[in-house]
Design a protein around this ligand. Sequence first.
Ligand code: ATP
Ligand code: ATP
Ligand code: MG
Ligand code: MG
Length: 257
Amino acid sequence: MANSKYEYVKSFEVEDGLMQSTWIVIRIDGHDFQRLSLVHEFMKPNDEQALNLMNSCAMAMLEEYPDIVYSYGFSDEFSFILKKTSNLYQRRASKIVSITVSFFSSLYVMKWKEFFPQKEMRFLPSFRGQIFCCPSAEVLKDYLVWRREDCHINNQYDTCYWMLVKSGKTEGEAQSILKGSQKQDKNELLFQKFGVNYEKLPIMFRRGSCVLREKVEEIVKYNQVGDPVRRIRKKLIVDHFDPDWPSFWKRHPSLIN
Ligand code: ATP
Ligand code: ATP
Ligand code: MG
Ligand code: MG
């Protein structure tokens, strides 16, 4: 208890306070989801329900943590951006990562049945977390563009890969066909061989999902003379990345202010 002679050990705890006035980004990523997706027979390359489950967990994260201003995810990962002035868990990295990651894992398990009522969970999901401290709006924007590009690169590759495998190629053959191919080559392959226009695939697969709060005007009641009384409310929405970045940031200025 207090004043114990053993309390001095506290001073050996590792210091991990994050720099003030930076945007803290928590990125979580599913551990060995390649296996999890095979064990649960996810549709390849994209299981829509699995993505909806991730999005639903991200929405619950924004409900739990008001300091999260924005999040972006695809596949088995999600990045959560805390407002610049956040003092969540005194900005201690290990606390922030361990609590948010374990909370996300619990959400994933709890919500599983809602999205996969017919599938017994046979591989327990776990996630890892990493932290990035973005010192400027520039770096924060580049972080998000980096993730969006990763989404695109992975999805385009996986789409080609699974088309080839489903058409009868072995996994090795599909890999060697795609080795060294450029973005344009992959689009050509999809179109020429499979009649697939990559740009026409569902936007959630191509661009990933963002979860954020948007201001919406709602009618809350009608006054005595029957006129609507409106209030601005913040509502959680799932949107898909806008490739036109300047317009995206103009639409959501509060994310970087
Ligand atoms: P690690 O532990 O290193 O992250 P991982 O197997 O999770 O290993 P990732 O690079 O994170 O590797 O890739 C995620 C894997 O999960 C990919 O193989 C991807 O196909 C699969 N996956 C994730 N979400 C879905 C989904 N919605 N539909 C189909 N497959 C998915
Ligand atoms: P923090 O997030 O700071 O850890 P906390 O509420 O978890 O907050 P702790 O100091 O870790 O605070 O104390 C654990 C709390 O959980 C105590 O209030 C304790 O009574 C309760 N608790 C834990 N295990 C049990 C148990 N087996 N039976 C009854 N109460 C328990
Ligand atoms: Mg993973
Ligand atoms: Mg991943």
